[in-house]
Design a protein around this ligand. Sequence first.
Ligand code: B3K
Ligand code: ZN
Length: 851
Amino acid sequence: MKDASPQTIYLADYQPPAFLIDGVHLTFRLSPKATRVISRIRFRPNPDATDTTFTLHGQDLKLVNAQIDGADVSPTLTDNGLTCDVPDAPFVWDAEVEIAPDGNTALEGLYMSGGMYCTQCEAEGFRKITYYPDRPDVMAVFTVRIESDMPVMLSNGNPVGSGAGWAEWHDSWPKPAYLFALVAGDLVATSGSFTTMNGDDVALNIYVRPRPDEAKCDFALDALIRSMKWDEKVYGRAYDLDIFNIVAVDDFNMGAMENKGLNIFNSSCVLASPTTSTDADYERIEAIIAHEYFHNWTGNRVTCRDWFQLCLKEGLTVYRDQQFTADMRSAPVKRIDDALDLRAYQFREDAGPLAHPVRPASFVEINNFYTATVYEKGAELIGMLKLLVGDDPYAKAVTLYFDRHDGQAATIEDWLAAFADTTGRDLTQFALWYAQAGTPEITVTDQFDNGTYTLTLRQSLRDTDDMADKQPMHIPVAAGLLASSGAEVVPTTVLELTEVEQSFTFDNLTEKPIPSLLRGFSAPVIIKRQQTADERLFLLAHDTDPFNKWEAGRQFASDMLVGMVRDDAAPDARYLTALTGLITDKALDPAYRALMLALPSQDDTARALADAGHAPEPQKIYLVHESLRYAMAEHMQDRLPQIYAAMHVAGPYSPDAKDAGQRSLGNAMLGLMTRLDGGKQASAQFAQADNMTQQMSALRALVAQGHGADALAAFRTQWAQDRLVMDKWFGLQAVLASPEHAVATVNMLTQDADFNWKNPNRFRAVLGGFAANAAGFHAADGSGYALLADWLIRLDPVNPQTTARMAKAFETWPRYAPDRQAKMKAALQRIAHTPELSRDTAEMVARMLKG
Ligand code: B3K
Ligand code: ZN
């Protein structure tokens, strides 16, 4: 049933729930077309409620019967649930509903994937399972009975009984309905165990479908054990049930879900083997396993009062998984990777019509707010807090937060109060980070006078659709000063910018220093500073802060690319020489050297051009990027084979940071070599590769240079039976197709017999890959926009969540010239005018058009 008139929900309208729950018992009689869900819920009036109407959420449910305290009732069915007259005292609600998991293509609620039953309830999917107060501030203890002929039947908590055709689970930790999960299928487990710091034994299982998947679970199990240890050591948080289960499913709208004791994962985020997974896959799997596990405390034990507080659990949990990866691997490399992602997705979001605060003030469809702003910028806010208060006070404040709010549904105010109470600091101004959308810009001027160096910082924040005339924020700017000799004369100090404009002085200097600002990317802001090429080259050579050393090269490349596009400038030889020096510098970690070589993306260059007041031309940007890479290859050609050989990793494959770093530098060399040798070395690597990183890197190098036909065919023959590897085959072609062939290539891929467009991974591989192919998607005649719009219109009735998310490809329209803007908007309008459009996509498209 479609929502007739989608309502906007406001944070300011929050009301406590009318009824609380003392216990829930659910029985599932599973059947693909007619599953029966029998619920018994013990309600009691909430003494804190103002509105006392009894309402339950419900969607796409067939109500079979309902009783209150054993007597039949006939509730009034509404657009999104039901209401009913109830006693003004505790009572027992019994209901039976029928649902059809088999027809559930939206992958929300109870659905089927590859013959198994599974669930996805966050944010508001539980209402598709039974009538319930489906809001995170209603927490309850659940007991679940599953009846089915499936061999494995799982739910949250601990197993309490099972027999032929049934299993029962009990979760003693009160939880909101969004953390409910159920799985039933023909599954096999890879098992392990963990003893917590409290001495409790925990059984661990990774459930997948039998062969060949069962051979690919060892890494995920190991990552889980490392996550459990890390959370004990770093945050003092232990696991709290007898069992922790993870299940892999093929059809899933996102990466994974932290259901209490029963995490459900997209199989692409669990299954790993050397021959089928790249180094990047391994790192991602490790991070997502950790992220979902960490939610057990940040999200589950302490949950969110309402969906506006989403960043309370997501920002904090992302921050925690970033710390984990930094500890497991290389901290500087991880910080650069995170900054790259933040700028690519979150800054882009902040710069366009979909900009919203880390804690939004309103929404129509909450699923549209699982964004880079809520997640990644949300994580940056935690990092800034930690920097401002210090490591020990941070640890104390987080402990206080857990102590105070364990078992509760909390708010951002609760989180900040724990910090204010621990440190005595007034965080009122800091709280603006949660409320004001947009990326702050800081302009910098400096002056040197009589041994005193003065840095003047001025902050500004653009108006967004929701708010104008924003207030100055509390911004920690980590800065150091270098002498012309390269020596550090002032080590990293945190400058706290709180005014619109503020000056900071440094005394007793013998010469004007070179500032290194925003070290470690200490705040999610844009520094605007006139910096000469010489100064950038100086920092690239001498900065002691690994982030800013990399950043200097990045900024140099970005400016150079803008100049090459706008003024037809030639690549700057000084940059090429500096880069050659860096990639041969054995004192630097290979992974870090590889990052030095990674140019800003074409999308980054488009944004930089737009910022400089120049409408970007994606095809020109493509050509300029190509020519710069070619110039790099030529300039470094003597060194490439030698570094390539030196980075060869002998012996059995290991996904650890050291080997992965070597492979990443080696493969960066291979990419450049392929521009000069017609694909000779890449073909050899492709033929010899014994792991997916090497095979895929060779394939990428070949396809990027138009030498990929044979390798693509061979790859397909080899991997036709492996759906996750085939996603790579599809994705690579979509993302790397040359501008003139991209639309045709994608049309061909979508006609392939293996293009199962209802599977989100496959759809994203092809259409998401295409949207990331900047010059192809932005084809001058608008054919790329039309192609994506056609597919989104087709997917929307099947899977609104994935459609709405992928519609974001159009969010950059304001940065282009009027004719291109018109074509992008026409595609958006066509989507907007599609009859029966989902609430998800309708909201997303309307917000983009409003900008
Ligand atoms: N909490 C889930 C995301 C749910 C998305 C709902 N549309 C995964 C995560 O962030 O861990
Ligand atoms: Zn999360």
